[in-house]
Design a protein around this ligand. Structure first.
Ligand code: R5P
Length: 286
Protein backbone atom coordinates (compact mmCIF):
# COMPACT_ATOMS: atom_id res chain seq x y z
CA UNK A 1 0.00 0.00 0.00
CA UNK A 2 1.28 3.48 -0.86
CA UNK A 3 0.71 6.27 1.68
CA UNK A 4 0.20 9.63 -0.01
CA UNK A 5 0.59 12.65 2.29
CA UNK A 6 -1.42 15.82 1.85
CA UNK A 7 0.26 19.20 2.07
CA UNK A 8 -0.51 19.79 5.78
CA UNK A 9 -0.42 16.21 7.06
CA UNK A 10 3.07 15.06 6.13
CA UNK A 11 4.28 14.19 9.63
CA UNK A 12 1.23 12.07 10.42
CA UNK A 13 1.39 10.37 7.01
CA UNK A 14 5.03 9.51 7.70
CA UNK A 15 4.12 8.07 11.11
CA UNK A 16 1.32 5.96 9.62
CA UNK A 17 3.68 4.71 6.91
CA UNK A 18 6.29 3.77 9.55
CA UNK A 19 3.66 1.84 11.52
CA UNK A 20 2.91 -0.08 8.31
CA UNK A 21 6.60 -0.69 7.63
CA UNK A 22 6.77 1.56 4.57
CA UNK A 23 7.57 5.17 3.61
CA UNK A 24 5.16 7.93 2.61
CA UNK A 25 5.38 8.77 -1.09
CA UNK A 26 7.04 12.02 -2.00
CA UNK A 27 4.66 14.66 -3.33
CA UNK A 28 5.29 18.16 -4.65
CA UNK A 29 3.22 21.07 -3.45
CA UNK A 30 3.61 24.63 -4.65
CA UNK A 31 1.63 27.74 -5.40
CA UNK A 32 1.39 29.50 -8.73
CA UNK A 33 1.93 33.28 -8.65
CA UNK A 34 -1.85 33.83 -8.70
CA UNK A 35 -2.27 31.71 -5.54
CA UNK A 36 -3.52 28.49 -7.13
CA UNK A 37 -2.13 25.25 -5.70
CA UNK A 38 -0.07 22.73 -7.68
CA UNK A 39 0.12 19.12 -6.45
CA UNK A 40 2.02 16.17 -7.90
CA UNK A 41 2.52 12.62 -6.63
CA UNK A 42 6.08 11.87 -7.67
CA UNK A 43 5.72 8.03 -7.60
CA UNK A 44 3.88 6.55 -10.57
CA UNK A 45 0.49 5.18 -9.40
CA UNK A 46 -0.87 2.40 -11.62
CA UNK A 47 -2.96 -0.42 -10.22
CA UNK A 48 -1.76 -0.34 -6.59
CA UNK A 49 -3.65 0.35 -3.39
CA UNK A 50 -3.19 3.89 -2.06
CA UNK A 51 -4.14 5.74 1.11
CA UNK A 52 -4.24 9.53 1.03
CA UNK A 53 -3.87 11.31 4.40
CA UNK A 54 -5.05 14.91 4.52
CA UNK A 55 -6.85 16.94 7.20
CA UNK A 56 -9.32 19.64 6.20
CA UNK A 57 -8.68 22.60 8.46
CA UNK A 58 -8.55 25.31 5.84
CA UNK A 59 -9.51 25.66 2.21
CA UNK A 60 -5.96 24.68 1.18
CA UNK A 61 -6.45 21.26 2.76
CA UNK A 62 -9.55 20.61 0.68
CA UNK A 63 -8.00 21.68 -2.62
CA UNK A 64 -4.90 19.60 -1.88
CA UNK A 65 -7.08 16.57 -1.09
CA UNK A 66 -9.14 16.94 -4.28
CA UNK A 67 -5.94 17.24 -6.32
CA UNK A 68 -4.42 14.13 -4.71
CA UNK A 69 -7.59 12.11 -5.35
CA UNK A 70 -7.44 13.13 -8.99
CA UNK A 71 -3.70 12.37 -9.20
CA UNK A 72 -4.18 8.75 -8.04
CA UNK A 73 -7.12 7.98 -10.34
CA UNK A 74 -5.33 4.93 -11.75
CA UNK A 75 -4.96 3.28 -8.34
CA UNK A 76 -6.65 -0.07 -7.86
CA UNK A 77 -8.16 0.99 -4.52
CA UNK A 78 -8.18 4.43 -2.91
CA UNK A 79 -8.68 5.05 0.80
CA UNK A 80 -8.86 8.59 2.11
CA UNK A 81 -7.97 9.31 5.73
CA UNK A 82 -9.19 12.73 6.87
CA UNK A 83 -7.85 12.94 10.44
CA UNK A 84 -9.62 16.27 11.00
CA UNK A 85 -12.78 16.65 8.94
CA UNK A 86 -13.28 20.40 8.95
CA UNK A 87 -16.65 22.00 8.19
CA UNK A 88 -18.38 19.23 10.22
CA UNK A 89 -19.85 21.88 12.53
CA UNK A 90 -21.80 23.23 9.54
CA UNK A 91 -24.02 20.18 9.55
CA UNK A 92 -27.44 21.67 8.86
CA UNK A 93 -29.17 24.68 7.33
CA UNK A 94 -29.63 27.33 10.04
CA UNK A 95 -31.02 30.01 7.66
CA UNK A 96 -32.72 29.55 4.30
CA UNK A 97 -30.30 29.58 1.40
CA UNK A 98 -27.28 28.48 3.45
CA UNK A 99 -24.94 25.80 2.14
CA UNK A 100 -24.74 22.66 4.26
CA UNK A 101 -20.97 22.85 4.02
CA UNK A 102 -20.22 19.37 5.38
CA UNK A 103 -22.47 17.93 2.65
CA UNK A 104 -20.90 20.08 -0.08
CA UNK A 105 -17.46 18.82 0.92
CA UNK A 106 -18.52 15.17 1.15
CA UNK A 107 -20.09 15.42 -2.28
CA UNK A 108 -16.91 16.96 -3.71
CA UNK A 109 -14.70 14.21 -2.26
CA UNK A 110 -16.83 11.27 -3.37
CA UNK A 111 -18.11 12.80 -6.65
CA UNK A 112 -15.75 11.33 -9.27
CA UNK A 113 -16.10 7.75 -7.98
CA UNK A 114 -12.36 7.37 -7.34
CA UNK A 115 -12.53 7.04 -3.52
CA UNK A 116 -13.47 3.60 -2.15
CA UNK A 117 -13.56 4.26 1.61
CA UNK A 118 -13.00 7.07 4.07
CA UNK A 119 -11.74 7.27 7.65
CA UNK A 120 -12.06 10.28 9.92
CA UNK A 121 -11.07 10.79 13.56
CA UNK A 122 -13.59 12.04 16.15
CA UNK A 123 -15.69 13.97 13.68
CA UNK A 124 -17.66 16.73 15.44
CA UNK A 125 -21.00 15.32 14.30
CA UNK A 126 -20.87 11.70 13.04
CA UNK A 127 -24.21 12.25 11.26
CA UNK A 128 -22.38 14.15 8.49
CA UNK A 129 -20.71 10.90 7.40
CA UNK A 130 -23.96 9.95 5.66
CA UNK A 131 -23.21 12.66 3.09
CA UNK A 132 -20.36 10.56 1.65
CA UNK A 133 -21.35 8.16 -1.14
CA UNK A 134 -18.87 5.55 0.12
CA UNK A 135 -18.24 3.80 3.45
CA UNK A 136 -17.02 6.36 6.00
CA UNK A 137 -15.90 5.36 9.50
CA UNK A 138 -15.21 7.52 12.55
CA UNK A 139 -12.20 6.41 14.63
CA UNK A 140 -12.15 7.27 18.34
CA UNK A 141 -8.90 8.75 19.66
CA UNK A 142 -10.33 9.48 23.14
CA UNK A 143 -8.79 6.33 24.71
CA UNK A 144 -5.37 7.55 23.54
CA UNK A 145 -5.82 10.71 25.62
CA UNK A 146 -6.78 8.55 28.62
CA UNK A 147 -3.68 6.38 28.12
CA UNK A 148 -1.50 9.48 27.87
CA UNK A 149 -2.87 10.93 31.11
CA UNK A 150 -2.38 7.59 32.88
CA UNK A 151 1.19 7.39 31.64
CA UNK A 152 1.93 10.95 32.85
CA UNK A 153 0.89 9.79 36.33
CA UNK A 154 -0.95 13.05 37.12
CA UNK A 155 -2.20 12.64 40.69
CA UNK A 156 -5.91 12.10 41.25
CA UNK A 157 -7.04 13.60 37.92
CA UNK A 158 -10.64 14.53 37.21
CA UNK A 159 -11.70 14.73 33.56
CA UNK A 160 -13.99 17.64 32.72
CA UNK A 161 -15.87 18.32 29.48
CA UNK A 162 -16.59 22.04 28.98
CA UNK A 163 -20.23 21.39 28.06
CA UNK A 164 -22.82 18.62 27.76
CA UNK A 165 -21.67 17.98 24.15
CA UNK A 166 -18.30 16.79 25.51
CA UNK A 167 -19.79 14.24 27.95
CA UNK A 168 -19.21 11.15 25.79
CA UNK A 169 -15.65 12.26 25.06
CA UNK A 170 -14.89 12.85 28.76
CA UNK A 171 -16.37 9.44 29.58
CA UNK A 172 -14.32 7.67 26.87
CA UNK A 173 -11.13 9.31 28.18
CA UNK A 174 -11.87 8.58 31.84
CA UNK A 175 -13.61 5.21 32.09
CA UNK A 176 -10.87 2.79 30.94
CA UNK A 177 -8.62 4.14 33.72
CA UNK A 178 -11.29 4.61 36.37
CA UNK A 179 -10.84 8.41 36.48
CA UNK A 180 -13.74 10.60 37.69
CA UNK A 181 -15.39 12.66 34.98
CA UNK A 182 -18.00 15.38 34.72
CA UNK A 183 -19.14 18.24 32.49
CA UNK A 184 -19.71 21.91 33.19
CA UNK A 185 -23.27 23.02 33.43
CA UNK A 186 -24.69 26.47 32.74
CA UNK A 187 -27.60 27.35 35.03
CA UNK A 188 -29.63 30.54 34.62
CA UNK A 189 -30.08 32.04 38.10
CA UNK A 190 -31.98 35.13 36.95
CA UNK A 191 -32.58 37.16 33.79
CA UNK A 192 -28.98 38.40 33.66
CA UNK A 193 -27.13 35.91 35.89
CA UNK A 194 -25.70 32.61 34.73
CA UNK A 195 -23.87 30.17 37.00
CA UNK A 196 -21.38 27.71 35.47
CA UNK A 197 -20.09 24.81 37.55
CA UNK A 198 -19.24 21.11 37.36
CA UNK A 199 -22.47 19.14 37.45
CA UNK A 200 -21.61 16.58 40.13
CA UNK A 201 -17.91 16.37 40.96
CA UNK A 202 -15.97 18.76 43.22
CA UNK A 203 -12.71 19.97 41.64
CA UNK A 204 -11.37 21.78 44.73
CA UNK A 205 -7.74 20.80 45.33
CA UNK A 206 -7.75 18.32 42.44
CA UNK A 207 -5.82 18.24 39.16
CA UNK A 208 -8.23 18.80 36.30
CA UNK A 209 -7.95 17.59 32.71
CA UNK A 210 -10.32 19.49 30.42
CA UNK A 211 -11.16 17.55 27.24
CA UNK A 212 -12.84 18.82 24.10
CA UNK A 213 -12.97 17.55 20.54
CA UNK A 214 -11.89 20.83 18.91
CA UNK A 215 -10.01 23.88 20.14
CA UNK A 216 -10.52 26.69 17.69
CA UNK A 217 -10.42 30.21 19.16
CA UNK A 218 -9.84 28.80 22.64
CA UNK A 219 -12.86 30.70 24.00
CA UNK A 220 -14.66 27.62 25.31
CA UNK A 221 -11.57 26.28 27.08
CA UNK A 222 -10.46 29.65 28.48
CA UNK A 223 -13.90 30.17 30.03
CA UNK A 224 -13.91 26.64 31.44
CA UNK A 225 -10.39 26.97 32.86
CA UNK A 226 -11.12 30.31 34.53
CA UNK A 227 -14.26 28.84 36.06
CA UNK A 228 -12.45 25.74 37.35
CA UNK A 229 -9.75 27.95 38.88
CA UNK A 230 -12.51 29.89 40.63
CA UNK A 231 -13.67 26.53 42.04
CA UNK A 232 -10.15 26.01 43.49
CA UNK A 233 -8.93 23.42 40.99
CA UNK A 234 -5.24 22.62 41.36
CA UNK A 235 -3.28 22.20 38.06
CA UNK A 236 -5.36 22.45 34.89
CA UNK A 237 -4.32 20.51 31.81
CA UNK A 238 -6.14 21.08 28.52
CA UNK A 239 -6.45 18.22 26.06
CA UNK A 240 -8.17 17.99 22.70
CA UNK A 241 -8.34 15.77 19.67
CA UNK A 242 -8.13 18.54 17.04
CA UNK A 243 -6.04 21.58 17.95
CA UNK A 244 -6.73 24.32 15.43
CA UNK A 245 -5.45 27.10 17.72
CA UNK A 246 -6.93 29.88 15.59
CA UNK A 247 -6.03 33.52 16.21
CA UNK A 248 -4.80 34.06 19.79
CA UNK A 249 -6.16 30.77 21.16
CA UNK A 250 -2.87 29.65 22.72
CA UNK A 251 -2.43 32.76 24.85
CA UNK A 252 -6.11 32.94 25.76
CA UNK A 253 -5.85 29.44 27.18
CA UNK A 254 -2.50 29.89 28.93
CA UNK A 255 -3.58 33.25 30.38
CA UNK A 256 -6.61 31.53 31.92
CA UNK A 257 -4.19 29.69 34.23
CA UNK A 258 -3.68 26.47 32.28
CA UNK A 259 -0.52 24.48 33.09
CA UNK A 260 -0.21 22.61 29.81
CA UNK A 261 -1.96 22.13 26.46
CA UNK A 262 -1.93 18.67 24.88
CA UNK A 263 -3.39 17.71 21.48
CA UNK A 264 -3.19 14.82 19.03
CA UNK A 265 -1.45 15.05 15.67
CA UNK A 266 -4.62 15.09 13.51
CA UNK A 267 -3.48 18.69 13.05
CA UNK A 268 0.26 19.11 13.53
CA UNK A 269 1.30 21.72 16.13
CA UNK A 270 3.80 22.05 18.96
CA UNK A 271 1.07 20.66 21.24
CA UNK A 272 0.75 17.37 19.27
CA UNK A 273 1.93 15.06 22.06
CA UNK A 274 -0.38 12.17 21.22
CA UNK A 275 -0.21 10.38 17.88
CA UNK A 276 -3.20 8.81 16.15
CA UNK A 277 -0.85 7.08 13.66
CA UNK A 278 -0.99 3.59 15.17
CA UNK A 279 -4.76 3.67 15.54
CA UNK A 280 -5.11 4.59 11.85
CA UNK A 281 -2.45 2.10 10.70
CA UNK A 282 -4.17 -0.71 12.65
CA UNK A 283 -7.45 0.12 10.93
CA UNK A 284 -5.82 0.26 7.48
CA UNK A 285 -4.28 -3.15 7.94
CA UNK A 286 -7.54 -4.91 8.90
C1 R5P B 1 -18.21 22.93 20.01
O1 R5P B 1 -19.30 22.37 19.90
C2 R5P B 1 -16.92 22.19 19.99
O2 R5P B 1 -17.02 20.94 20.63
C3 R5P B 1 -15.82 23.01 20.63
O3 R5P B 1 -16.14 23.21 22.00
C4 R5P B 1 -15.69 24.34 19.96
O4 R5P B 1 -15.58 24.17 18.57
C5 R5P B 1 -14.48 25.08 20.47
O5 R5P B 1 -14.39 26.30 19.82
P1 R5P B 1 -13.58 27.50 20.44
O6 R5P B 1 -12.19 27.01 20.74
O7 R5P B 1 -13.60 28.56 19.35
O8 R5P B 1 -14.29 27.95 21.66
Amino acid sequence: MKIIPGVTTQVLADRIASELGTRASLCEFKRFPDGELYTRVVDEIKGEEVTIVQSLMADTGLISLLQLIDAVEEAHKTTVVIPYLGYARQDKRFKPGEAISSRAIARGISFAGIVDRIYVVNVHNPAVLRYFDVDAKDLNAAPLIGDYIAQRAIQDPVIIGPDEGARELAKAVAEPHGFNFDVLEKKRISGDQVQIKPKEVSVAGRNVIIVDDIISTGGTIAEAAALLKAHDANDIYVTCIHGLFAQNATLRILNAGVTEIIATDTIQSIFSEISVAKMIADELST
